[in-house]
Design a protein. Structure first.
Ligand code: NDP
Length: 466
């Protein structure tokens, strides 16, 4: 396997979830491996994504829990939320995790370079700070994605905005935030900030958030945002951001519908792009999509036979566990003599709104396109806990079934702990379980999740309760 003509058997660019997993597995299989990271070991998920975001969700949710506790009879004297205490605890945990990633790489025998790496041709990697150059047999590009923002000529004042990178570095809690976008990040942070008591406004160009999700999920989340106190402005985009007088709200966002909204913090959450700029893909001959993502085959191989790519930098699913599996499959296949490739179907995922979204498989619309007849089972109800609360929160559970073979091809949940539920249901859906098998599974009572196995009545559009 090893070719002594090269300095390394594998050079991984990017030490995020996918790159770290691939580097470790390849090194454990006996390859001589190096990895380079320009920002911090751990990548988006650990440093400025899933992990700190989830801590912020927890922090935000405690506000609601305090209110709920009162309705349940607890006498609580509330003194407010100490943002600084929370942020320093959160960053300490992020530092600890980043350290573990570094230690695991070292333990596996991977050489780690904490600086930017670029390709100067298909077999040469250059480190930008030290100027070191290495010849390499195989390259894995795992540089992830980066938040996208419009250019200043398209959005004057865009320099006053932050992205999901800077949101984790805020020094104080905003008082008035405006968020652009209606995807994962926009919806999650709208709930986070509203829950922390920030006056929150979300501006979305469409009519219902979470484009691409099942319609019932979209409407439930859209309503949930409003119930959480988020001001939701639809069919509008930012037109201009200007500085204004006033300590509390130094910025004014002008929208395409003529509205003006004052804020102290403006978060652009309008999508992410593959981090390929200046990486040397052209010099190496690696083909990119129109949006700059690396095009790969089922084995994560690019247009250049010795160069591979995994994770958000490719034009596939942008989720941490997917990047990890792609990286693992690559390393096992190329260095471990254990060929396999990751199947990108039925990948369960969660959106950490409050309540959460859990989803796996096809939406109703996708299933109706794919199959002759589709049966829908769905329910929307107030969970038991809320019966003692002054809280309108309802949950939604929906099963999409291919009527021809009775297989459950999609499950969509909006509920507290939906992320936990969908992880379990994902196993059944991946195994091809039928509705009859769901029905044969005995309920766990009293839970929200029991509804997943007790939905008996097919949904008929005309009979849906108002
Ligand atoms: P998304 O693609 O989810 O959402 C982007 C949003 O921005 C959409 O609502 C889109 O509108 C809108 N938009 C795009 N371009 C413009 C524009 N020019 N002007 C105004 N609005 C615009 O991206 P995110 O940045 O939220 O997240 C990126 C990815 O990261 C996600 O797709 C997901 O895979 C991953 N992620 C996963 C999380 C999780 O697992 N919980 C959490 C966070 C991120 P439209 O809908 O009309 O296209």
């Amino acid at each position: 396997m090893a070719d002594a003509a090269y300095d390394y058997d594998l050079f991984v660019i990017g030490a995020g979830s996918g790159g770290v997993r691939a580097a470790r597995i390849a090194a454990q299989s006996g390859a001589r491996v190096a990895i380079a990271e320009e920002y911090r070991i751990g990548g988006t998920c650990v440093i400025r994504g899933c992990v700190p975001k989830k801590f912020m969700v927890y922090a935000s949710d405690y506000g609601r829990k305090l209110k709920e506790a009162r309705d349940y009879g607890w006498q609580i004297e509330e003194k407010g939320f100490d943002f600084e205490t929370f942020m320093s605890a959160m960053h300490a945990e992020v530092d600890r995790l980043s350290g573990i990633y570094l230690k695991n790489l070292a333990n596996a025998g991977v050489d780690v370079f904490e600086e930017r790496a670029e390709l100067s041709d298909a077999h040469t990697v250059v480190l930008k700070e030290s100027g070191k150059t290495f010849t390499v047999d195989k390259v894995l590009i795992a540089t992830g994605g980066t938040p996208w923002r419009p250019a200043p000529e398209d959005l004057p004042g865009v320099e006053h905005t932050i992205t999901s990178n800077e949101v984790f570095q805020l020094e104080s809690l905003p008082k008035h935030i405006v968020i652009a976008g209606g995807g994962y990040i926009a919806c999650e942070f709208a709930h986070i900030f509203a829950g922390l008591g920030v006056e929150t406004c979300l501006v979305y160009r469409g009519d219902t958030v979470l484009n691409g999700f099942d319609w019932d999920v979209r409407t439930a989340v859209h309503e949930g945002l409003k119930e959480a106190g988020v001001r939701v402005v639809t069919s509008a985009v930012f037109e201009e951001i200007r500085e204004v007088e006033g300590e509390e709200c130094p910025y004014c966002v002008k929208l395409s519908n003529g509205m003006e909204i004052n804020a102290d913090t403006i978060l652009m959450a309008v999508g992410r792009r593959a981090a390929t700029e200046g990486l040397g893909c052209d010099a190496a001959g690696v083909n990119l999509s129109d949006l700059g993502a690396i095009i790969v085959d089922d084995e994560s191989r690019t247009s250049v036979p010795n160069i591979f790519a995994v994770g958000d930098v490719t034009d596939r699913i942008q989720l941490t566990p997917v990047a990890i599996r792609e990286g693992h499959a690559f390393a096992d296949t190329i260095f471990g003599d254990k060929p396999w490739s990751f199947e990108h179907d039925n990948v369960a995922s969660a959106v950490f709104t409050q309540p959460e979204v859990g989803t796996v498989g096809m939406t109703e619309a996708e299933a109706r396109k794919a199959f002759k007849k589709v049966d829908i089972y769905k329910t929307r109800f107030r969970p038991m806990k809320t019966m003692l609360l002054n809280d309108p929160e309802r949950v939604m559970i929906k099963l999409v079934v291919n009527a021809e073979d009775d297989r459950v091809v999609g499950v969509h949940i909006v509920s507290p702990d939906a992320g936990e539920m969908i992880q379990m249901i994902g196993v059944a859906v991946k195994m091809g379980a039928t509705k009859a098998q769901f029905d044969a599974t005995c309920a766990v009572h009293p839970t929200i999740a029991e509804e997943i196995v007790t939905l008996r009545q097919k949904w008929v559009p005309d009979t849906e309760p108002a």
